[in-house]
Design a protein around this ligand. Structure first.
Ligand code: A3P
Length: 293
């Protein structure tokens, strides 16, 4: 059951402050009624870590398994925290496997997803690049507060006063996943060798693909192709594409798609401040310490 306790309540009030007005503790409590299935796949991320990228890879992977099926036999749902309480029942009718995105920390995810040992894919990205990506997103997304200055935004990010709260607390909440059902995927690794990552993800999910299919999936999920496709879209016509909890305008998602853009934004002082404030916590996480930040 989602536990709406103080830290989590604070996170969610930050989401609410973002004027989405769509998430509340009451709504999260309705997730108690969520019926998890053993073959559900949870796509977890802190915002701006590459969630849409992973969703694209996963859809294409499942599509290889059932090429004639219109959605490749995977059903990409709306984010867990934005499920309409009155429609939770509709989820029951969705065919398996369901691919369920969420930005929630672990203690807020329905416990049944854990007891049923559903597979979890957690996307992790260098927090400095994540902060830069989120800064630009704040500037463009009308649902988020206006923050014009990078320095102001970085300060908010370091204090965890942005949507979904602290980056490092989010990661630490998922860090100690000991049941072998969680695959941690690094944005930087995807950038470095996408086919290798696609292969690893397919093995984790038990979806068999050929080398040609891995190449095809990597091509379809390249930044260039994804951005070009979205630019041709008139509006959110394909429900099987929507994963962002904070916008329905997918054009806002594909900005630069680069590793290391933080170097164009951080001053030396800001970099030192970042490391002084988050460094110790980051190094306490086995996962984050593998990210070059
Ligand atoms: P930037 O703002 O740095 O460009 P999310 O999907 O979690 O909201 O993450 C969005 C970030 O992932 C954006 O980062 C976006 O450009 C990047 N992204 C999305 N698809 C990508 C792809 N195929 N390759 C590389 N980066 C991608």
């Amino acid at each position: 059951q989602p536990q709406a306790e103080s830290g989590s309540a604070r996170t969610m009030s930050l989401v609410k402050d973002a004027k989405t007005e769509r998430v509340s503790i009451d709504r999260l409590r309705t997730l108690d009624r969520f019926d998890a299935r053993e073959d559900d796949v949870l796509l977890v991320s802190y915002p701006k870590s590459g969630t849409h990228w992973l969703a694209e890879i996963l859809k294409n992977l499942y599509h290889c398994r059932s090429p004639t099926h219109p959605t490749g036999q995977v059903t990409l749902t709306q984010p867990l925290e934005f499920q309409d309480p009155s429609k939770l029942g509709e989820l029951k009718n969705l065919p398996s496997p369901r691919l369920i995105p969420t930005h929630l920390p672990k203690n807020m995810v329905p416990r049944e997803l854990q007891t049923k040992q559903c597979k979890v894919i957690y996307v992790i990205r260098n927090p400095k690049d994540t902060a830069v990506s989120m800064f630009h997103y704040y500037q463009q997304n009308p649902h988020l507060p206006k923050v014009d200055k990078w320095a102001t935004f970085l300060d908010m990010f370091l204090k965890g006063e942005v949507v979904y709260g602290s980056w490092v607390d989010h990661l630490l909440s998922w860090d100690r996943s000991d049941n072998g059902n969680t695959l941690f995927v690094y944005y930087e690794s995807l950038k470095k060798d996408l086919p290798k990552c696609v292969q690893e993800i397919s093995e984790f999910l038990g979806v068999k693909v050929t080398e040609d299919q891995v190449r095809e999936i990597s091509k379809k999920s390249s930044f260039r192709e994804m951005k070009a496709r979205v630019e041709k879209e008139k509006e959110r016509s394909d429900a099987n594409h929507i994963v962002c909890a904070l916008t329905s305008d997918r054009k806002l998602i594909f900005r630069k798609g680069a590793v290391g853009d933080w170097k164009n934004h951080f001053t030396q002082d800001q970099n030192s401040q970042f490391e002084a404030l988050l460094g110790e916590k980051i190094n306490s996480s086995e996962l984050a310490s593998s990210v070059e930040y």
